[in-house]
Write a protein that binds this ligand. Structure first.
Ligand SMILES: Cc1cc2nc3c(=O)[nH]c(=O)nc-3n(C[C@H](O)[C@H](O)[C@H](O)COP(=O)(O)OP(=O)(O)OC[C@H]3O[C@@H](n4cnc5c(N)ncnc54)[C@H](O)[C@@H]3O)c2cc1C
Ligand SMILES: *[C@@H]1O[C@H](CO)[C@@H](O)[C@H](O)[C@H]1NC(C)=O
Ligand SMILES: *[C@@H]1O[C@H](CO)[C@@H](O)[C@H](O)[C@H]1NC(C)=O
Ligand SMILES: CC(=O)N[C@H]1CO[C@H](CO)[C@@H](O)[C@@H]1O
Length: 362
């Protein structure tokens, strides 16, 4: 029986631990994180996400497409089969302003995602149905994950299947991670699922740039009808509108995308712009006849979060120097939608490792 420490208890670590154990019940797995679900800290990204499935892969980026595919099916399945998961299905509409369309010089192809034949019910929205100022839109059957429900759900799933979850100090050296297996013995394998600060850990040795991308989202009491995104606001290339109604009520509304900005404070003017755009494109938010909505936007919380980006995309591979270390970090803006695909890659690596001649481990 091999012992594994999954370092990191964000959506990536928790999903990886679960899928490893589902694949091979003989693995003895401890998920060890400095922060665990329930904690709120700028260095711990998962609680700040929306979250939905909307793959950001380009038509050419087959690798990211493969990472994102399993998540769509899994989340649809969870929405249908397990109400405890906090996942539900909501139509997802993406709109592009006239400004954005004219920048694209009439080339609509760039607004059609790679997944048009992969997701359920994809369609281009008829022009006559578009609001003023919108030049193009498409929609599909989407999913929204309520992260305050989903993260504790993942913890519970891990426990039920026999994995151990444990809070540990902030590590400065990856070698130390092996000490935190629940058996008290040095772990045979460590999965590095540390998100944002992976490259601050001695021994990670990543030449690729790892950087945070700041996001600011509002959790409001108001309910939106659908998931909606609008891109192309003149003069603010790093801002867009997106909203995701949550299963338990309330809506997540964002947002922005500022690479390298590490300010943890709310940008109040941005909050105002977000509210204005939201009400313009989803007037039901402040219409009391829709789900008893308040007649103005009522903010529950403003969240500033940092997407753990990595130049060239997530790193999922066996470490070159340490045969006991598997990397799984750098999920960027897609850690939820990619979680099952990333976990699948780790399972593949483990399969290969364990099929090699029995190793005499340190
Ligand atoms: C505003 C916003 C909106 C988003 N919306 C979406 C969305 O709609 N869909 C989507 O798919 N994704 C979305 N994301 C991205 C998603 O949230 C991230 O990709 C994901 O949360 C990354 O998860 P992770 O497990 O890699 O890292 P984290 O959640 O940051 O977890 C890291 C874990 O590692 C531990 N750790 C780190 N360093 C150490 C150390 N040295 N010692 C011990 N423990 C350590 C931490 O304590 C923690 O347990 C969004 C992000 C933001 C900010
Ligand atoms: C673990 O992953 C982080 C990225 O999250 C990376 O910066 C760090 O170098 C990795 N640590 C090791 C020891 O490989
Ligand atoms: C980071 O973002 C904040 C909030 O939007 C802004 O006030 C600040 O000027 C930005 N900092 C940099 C260095 O861009
Ligand atoms: C294809 C599509 O409609 N995607 C959008 C779904 O909703 C999210 C946020 O609500 C957007 O970010 C996507 O662009």
């Amino acid at each position: 029986m091999s012992s594994v420490v999954v370092l990191g208890a964000g959506v990536v670590g928790l999903t990886t631990a679960l899928e490893l154990k589902r694949w091979n019940p003989d693995l003895d797995i401890t998920v060890a994180g400095h922060h665990l679900p329930g904690d709120i800290d700028p260095s711990y990204t998962s609680p700040y996400a929306g979250a939905n499935w909307h793959s950001f892969a380009t038509h050419e980026d087959k690798e990211l497409q493969e990472i994102d595919k399993p998540g769509y099916k899994k989340f649809l399945q969870l929405a249908d089969s397990d109400p405890r998961s906090g996942v539900w299905k909501v139509d997802n509409v993406s709109m592009y302003t006239d400004y954005e369309v004219s920048n694209g010089k009439g080339n609509m192809k760039k607004f059609i995602p790679w997944f048009k034949d992969f997701v359920d019910d994809f369609e281009i929205v008829d022009k006559s149905k578009l609001p003023q100022g919108i030049g193009f839109a498409h929609k599909f059957k989407g999913v929204v994950v309520s992260v305050p429900t989903y993260l504790p759900y993942l913890v519970q799933q891990n426990k039920e299947i026999g994995n151990t979850i444990s809070r540990i100090p902030n590590l400065f050296n990856i070698d130390d991670a092996r000490k935190f297996h629940s058996s008290g013995k040095r772990a045979d394998y460590v999965i590095n699922a540390t998100g944002l600060h992976a490259n601050k850990i001695v021994g990670v040795n990543d030449k690729k740039l790892n950087f945070p991308v700041r996001g600011q989202v509002l959790l409001v009491k108001n309910n939106a009808k659908i998931q909606l995104s609008v891109e192309g606001f003149p003069g603010v290339p790093n801002e867009m509108l997106y909203m995701m109604p949550r299963k338990e009520g309330g809506t997540i509304i964002g947002g922005c995308f500022f690479p390298g900005n590490t300010s943890i404070h709310e940008d109040k003017e941005l909050t105002e712009r977000i509210i204005k755009r939201a009400v313009k494109f989803a007037p039901e938010l402040i219409d009391p006849s829709y789900k008893n909505n308040p007649s103005k936007i009522e903010i529950v919380k403003v969240n500033v979060g940092f997407r753990p980006f990595r130049e060239d995309g997530a790193r999922v591979e066996l470490d070159k120097e340490r045969s006991w270390l598997i990397h799984n970090y750098g999920a960027g803006a897609g850690g939820y939608q990619g979680s099952f695909g990333l976990a699948k890659k780790v399972v593949e690596i483990m399969k290969q490792e364990l099929s090699k001649k029995p190793k005499s481990k340190l």
